[in-house]
Design a binder for this molecule. Structure first.
Ligand code: HEM
Length: 401
């Protein structure tokens, strides 16, 4: 996909992803990236569900260092290893464990809003939707949330990256440059967490890092590299996506003032509005797999080892699954969007992301009204092929009486 289209995707997701599906779908080979792409709901669902045919243990993106993409974390393993790793960490993410975090999430939300209340305006991203999840995940992991400028830098390097500004004309050169940036980012991240691990080994605390150190898979402790990979995954996957879910939600509500009004009047509808945002403007655009055997999709013969991208964002507009897919409809039922993926790799952090976003939006709408996007400057999108969301979202508001 041409990175120049990213703004269009954010502003006109239905048109952009429908055009993509109509032009290339249902399956096509991307010559430049050397991977296959699938666009329809059923095909993306199949790609995410059939882990025996479509493996996660390797990346479709040739430019990434192998240790990021193979066999290290839940995201990049297949069963049985995936099951073992996921069971180790899923304790921390059960709906009950997550629900117990609600008061703290509300407190952080209120603190962040306190800081902008008097000025009557804020950048939703910088002032609100970025710090909230980063503070939450930092507290879960047990690392100082004051380090969040560094977390942001690392997260950006991993997915959003300045490398998007590099020329893609020379694929070799581009891949080399991306690999160098990734290598440097991983080294910094791992050095950071290695130090945290060393401290927790000496003085365990009630946090996720200490729990991971104590955890065992069939009598064996998690190897250090596995813990480092998981902590880094959480820091990156847990942040940028939730930031963009909150940002994308406000963008949707700004475009549909009647929805904003409805949610002010009936905040109990916020959870279903969030589900529709996950369909209409999903922060995570795609999942990647590779074929473990020769497989045919709609007559296209995919060979063993070839990579396949499943476009979640395109599947979410498939009219065979969603009637009137172009309508942003918070009453949509059923709404089986693929915003959190599907199958064994279904987002581990989904209950946390949903809770954070629900609390963030509920308190925001409870405290402020007439929330309007400032239209002084054109909207800018983050530059990533994986993640969709606004880079900045300046809004004005009034404090509710
Ligand atoms: C997996 C999206 C928030 C941790 C995934 C996948 C998607 C996704 C699409 C599936 C990837 C695949 O199948 O290859 C999102 C979105 C989020 C979000 C849209 C926010 C709106 C979070 C949070 C955390 C998290 C808050 C943790 C704190 C993970 C992990 C996996 C994952 C660990 C890998 C699960 C596995 O492979 O078994 N996420 N995510 N995510 N997500 Fe999220």
């Amino acid at each position: 996909m041409n990175p120049r289209d990213l703004l269009d995707q954010l502003l006109h997701p239905y048109e952009s992803f429908t055009a993509l599906r109509t032009e290339f779908g249902p399956v096509s080979y991307n010559e430049r990236g050397k991977f296959w792409e699938v666009f329809g709901y059923d095909d993306v669902l199949e790609l995410a569900s059939d882990y025996e045919t479509f493996s996660s243990d390797g990346s479709p993106f040739a430019e990434y260092p192998e240790e990021m993409t193979k066999g290290q974390s839940v995201l990049t393993t297949d069963p049985p290893r995936h099951r073992q790793l996921r069971s180790l960490v899923s304790q921390a993410f059960t709906p009950r464990a997550i629900a117990s975090m609600a008061p703290r999430i509300a407190e952080i939300t209120n603190d962040l809003l306190d800081q902008v209340t008097r000025q009557g305006k804020m950048d939703v991203i910088a002032d609100f939707s970025y710090p909230l999840p980063v503070i939450v995940i930092a507290e879960m992991l047990g690392v100082p949330s004051e380090d969040r400028a560094r977390f942001k830098h690392w997260s950006d390097q991993m997915v959003v990256s300045e490398y998007e500004d590099l020329s893609r004309d020379n694929v070799e050169e581009y891949n080399k440059r991306v690999r160098t940036i990734m290598r440097q980012t991983l080294d910094e991240l791992y050095d950071y967490f290695r130090q945290v691990l060393a401290e927790r080994r000496l003085r365990p605390q009630h946090d996720l890092v200490s729990a991971l150190l104590a955890a065992q898979i069939e009598g064996e402790s998690l190897f250090e590299q596995g813990i480092l990979a998981f902590c880094s995954l959480l820091l990156v996957a847990g942040n940028i996506t939730t930031t963009n879910l909150i940002g994308n939600a406000l963008l949707c509500f700004d475009e549909h003032p009647e929805v904003m009004e409805q949610l002010h009047a009936r905040p109990e509808l916020i959870p279903q509005a969030i589900e529709e945002v996950l369909r209409y403007r999903p922060p995570a655009l795609l999942v990647g797999r590779y074929a473990t055997r020769p497989v045919e999709i709609h007559g296209c013969k995919i060979s063993t080892g070839e990579s396949i991208i499943g476009w979640l964002a395109s599947a979410n507009f498939d009219p065979a699954q969603f009637p009137d897919p172009q309508r942003f409809d918070i009453g949509r039922a059923p709404n089986r969007h693929l915003g959190f993926g599907h199958g064994i790799h279904f987002c581990l952090g989904a209950p946390l992301a949903r809770l954070e976003t629900k609390i963030a939006l509920s308190i925001l709408l409870e405290r402020f009204e007439h929330i309007r996007r400032e239209r002084l400057q054109p909207i800018e999108t983050i530059r990533s092929v994986f993640i969709m969301g606004p880079r900045h979202l300046p809004v004005t508001f009034q404090v509710r009486a």
